[in-house]
Design a binder for this molecule. Structure first.
Ligand SMILES: Cc1cc2nc3c(=O)[nH]c(=O)nc-3n(C[C@H](O)[C@H](O)[C@H](O)COP(=O)(O)O)c2cc1C
Length: 189
């Protein structure tokens, strides 16, 4: 099986989502050592904004080919200004391609990438879960669920670290709890 590991945090070694995505990949590859991993750092090796040239490329983009060839996608993302980093959005803009990952029908859009499994390590500075004051402005997890649902991936697994910006202890507790959660994953989770 092929695993595509993407990080998008701008915070380098201080990134919470990078720690979580690395723990997810480590756990999955430990459970199945035959998994091969391709790593992309979308922050240090950023994709440009989408253009019509990129969108209209007759053979598609390398990012789309890499996504289509992958069985498992692991994403590290922090919440930036209530949503995902724009670096990750630039990747998504190359993945949601009509005729490749979804198609329009008279009955509505149909996802074509439902055979893949997606894991997301998501870090948020505050609290956005059900009942939290911030829940109404959570546009990172909800957005990614919509994106992957649209292309047929209905059950992405999210591992969250919240309260990262509250204080150092809260941050440390949230990240270690998320990393611990990641260590219990297996490919079928
Ligand atoms: C540019 C920027 C914007 C941020 N915007 C938000 C935000 O809207 N809501 C929030 O709860 N935290 C916000 N934060 C805090 C991050 O969600 C938090 O630091 C998280 O750990 C980021 O993930 P990372 O550590 O993997 O980069 C922001 C941080 C940065 C650097």
């Amino acid at each position: 099986m092929k695993l595509l590991h993407l990080d998008s945090s701008i915070l380098g070694e201080n990134s919470a989502s990078r720690a979580i995505s690395a723990a997810i990949v480590s756990s999955l590859t430990k459970a199945d050592p035959s998994i091969t991993v391709t790593y992309r750092d979308l922050a240090s090796d950023a994709l440009p904004h989408l253009t019509t040239d990129v969108l209209g490329a007759p053979d598609g983009t390398p990012e789309l080919a890499e996504f289509l060839a992958s069985d498992i996608i692991v994403i590290g993302a922090g919440m930036y200004n209530f949503t995902i980093p724009s670096q990750l959005k630039a990747w998504i803009d190359r993945i949601l391609i009509a005729g490749k990952t979804f198609r329009y029908t008279a009955e509505g859009p149909v996802g074509l990438a439902g055979d893949k499994k997606v894991y997301v390590g998501l870090a948020r500075g505050g609290y956005y879960g059900e009942g939290a004051a911030g829940a109404a402005v959570e546009h990172a997890e909800t957005y990614l669920r919509a994106v992957f649902g649209f292309i047929g991936i209905q059950d992405p697994t999210f591992i969250l670290a919240e309260g990262i910006a509250i204080d150092a202890q809260t941050c440390e507790n949230a990240v270690s709890s998320a990393v611990e959660q990641a260590s219990t994953l297996s490919v079928s989770a």
